[in-house]
Design a protein around this ligand. Structure first.
Ligand SMILES: [Zn+2]
Length: 271
């Protein structure tokens, strides 16, 4: 798409939005930065994740602030456990009745129910938002190197085809800031996994300084995988941010060098 996503300030919170989706009004969506919350130390400021060790009360207040932009609440949130797998979960009417919120062993969610808030968390990993404006239906996926090489984004396209009769060439996909190829040196574990991945020919590496340690491009790799499933290149929105380079704006797991850090949240819902 010609129009690029942008950083926007809303209610004192700087978040990442795609203006065309905002204008079209079919979905509410956003990806947080670290700016605008009340967390301290390594979690400063808008930490929205509970796994890093920040105070749950503070995270809850930050979530209240972030979700409040769209008039939503923490209790509205559907998210996956995020285990770096490839499971895609359908949130349908039947599931909504059960009222469960975090879905075990799941890294991607889809729905066509209005006002159902799908969320995911990241600190270097890539999140992808999916919209089929024709059905309409949405999805969200969390993809680090493992999920990427397992083809989780292709899994979302398949699940939307199967459950909503979505046509891949109608799908629009927005990728959030993630660790860039400038900073994402990988090693044997990733190369071995890639060698047996059905998506190995779509995986983009750049040569590194150290032998056997190339740099992985998550965004381009996922872009190639989506194109192979039939998503139009013009309907995939990428961005130039690297979470590791821009730790003034973003949390970076790798940037924290094994220490504590916060998480961003990406959310999308059909209006
Ligand atoms: Zn970088």
């Amino acid at each position: 798409m010609n129009e690029i996503p942008s950083l926007t300030e809303k209610d004192g919170i700087t978040c990442f939005l795609f203006p065309r989706w905002e204008k079209a009004g079919l979905v509410g969506h956003g990806f947080s930065t670290r700016l605008g919350g009340i967390s301290k130390g390594p979690f400063a400021y808008l930490n929205l994740g509970l796994k890093g060790g920040d105070s749950p009360e503070i995270v809850s207040k930050n979530r209240h602030r972030f979700l409040g932009i769209w008039g939503k609440h923490e209790r509205d949130l559907f998210c996956g456990e995020q285990v770096h797998g490839k499971e895609v979960f359908l949130v349908d009417r039947e599931f909504l009745k059960k009222g469960s919120r975090e879905i075990p062993a799941t890294d991607a969610l889809i729905t066509k129910e209005p006002q159902v808030l799908l969320g995911a968390f990241s600190a270097d990993c890539l999140l992808a938002f999916f919209l089929d404006p024709k059905v309409p239906a949405i999805g969200i996926a969390h993809a680090g190197w493992r999920g990427t090489l397992m083809g989780i984004l292709a899994g979302v396209v398949e699940a939307m085809k199967k459950n909503f009769k979505s046509k891949p060439d109608s799908l629009e996909v927005l990728m959030t800031p993630a660790i860039g190829p400038c900073c994402y040196e990988v090693g044997k574990e990733v190369l071995d996994f890639c060698a047996v991945s059905p998506w190995s020919s779509d995986t983009v590496f750049y040569p590194g300084i150290r032998p056997g340690h190339p740099f992985l491009d998550l965004q381009k790799t996922n872009n190639n995988i989506l194109c192979k499933t039939g998503v139009k290149p013009a309907n995939i929105v990428t961005n130039g941010f690297c979470t590791h380079c821009r730790q003034d704006l973003f949390y970076s797991y790798r940037g924290a060098k094994g220490g504590a850090t916060g998480s961003h949240m990406g959310i999308i819902f059909l209006r």
